[in-house]
Design a protein around this ligand. Sequence first.
Ligand code: TRP
Length: 331
Amino acid sequence: MTERVLTGIKPTGSPHVGNLLGAIRPALQLAASGDEAMYFIADYHALISLQDAKRLGELTREVAATWLAFGLDPDRVIFYRQSDVPEIFELSWVLTCFTSKGWMNKAHAYKAAVDAAKADDPDAGISMGLYCYPILMAADILAFDVDLVPVGKDQVQHIEIARDIAQRINHVVGKPVLKLPKPKIDAATEIVPGIDGRKMSKSYDNTLPLFATPKQLAKRVGQIVTDSLPPEAPKDPDASTVFKIYRAVASPAESAAMADRFRAGIGWGDAKKTLAERLAQELAPAQDRYQALMADPKRIDALLAAGAAKARVTARTTLDRVREAIGIAAR
Ligand code: TRP
């Protein structure tokens, strides 16, 4: 039986190599493996932190063009913008009414914001959007009778909240109107280090860009933090950021050969050059497709609109089922 997989992509920054290796590629492989996939741009989630109209519009297109450039096939994957599916937001309100405030108090994005605010006013800088964002995320998922949600570890709590909300409604109405989703964590590709060795993330400013020239890329790779061992000294590949990024990009055979070079003694300059060239080779075909798409924003918008039309069919069915169960007559 094929399973429906769904995941959301928040357009809050330009996509980087960590996104490609940790999220985009595994999601596209999953979609190609026969599962029924729905991937969407979570633009209304981004609004929580990104309230610059121009930038939000640009980033939404950048993210869409990136996924398409790296091979998302819109005939196979239902690919859409969250804001184009109004049923999600109606469902979100219904879910809100079945969600205990205490669950939101425990959600870690909110807790982190409270910790950051500290001091005298724990509510400082916290919008209701941030507070309730797990509910909107639950609606994103529950609207589509999803089986699996590929996410990073940091999102697992939100999937659990979606399950809790679905269970609560099902219990109250006395029938299974909402399907319980499960998280899917891809351990192998989870953590791609950035140039400082921590997880690659725009918040650490340690990313490698996807759409840079080979020269810009080489410059950034040159900034990867290394130790000061001389070239001839044997090096432990598993302790090296350069190697870890290489392994995430290259094939297992290429990685094994690179590991041998590390153990035999390789200069950091050489290692970085090999990595920069391999990355440039990997990214080149998608870069051309990306430029072509970005030059034709109407085409991106049309593809996303076509995806939303497909998504809405399923969301409508779920919403009608829920409305009927809670006593709000279907239209
Ligand atoms: N909250 C997710 C993130 O920050 C993005 C997201 C929004 C999502 N809705 C979703 C992921 C639904 C999976 C399913 O990365």
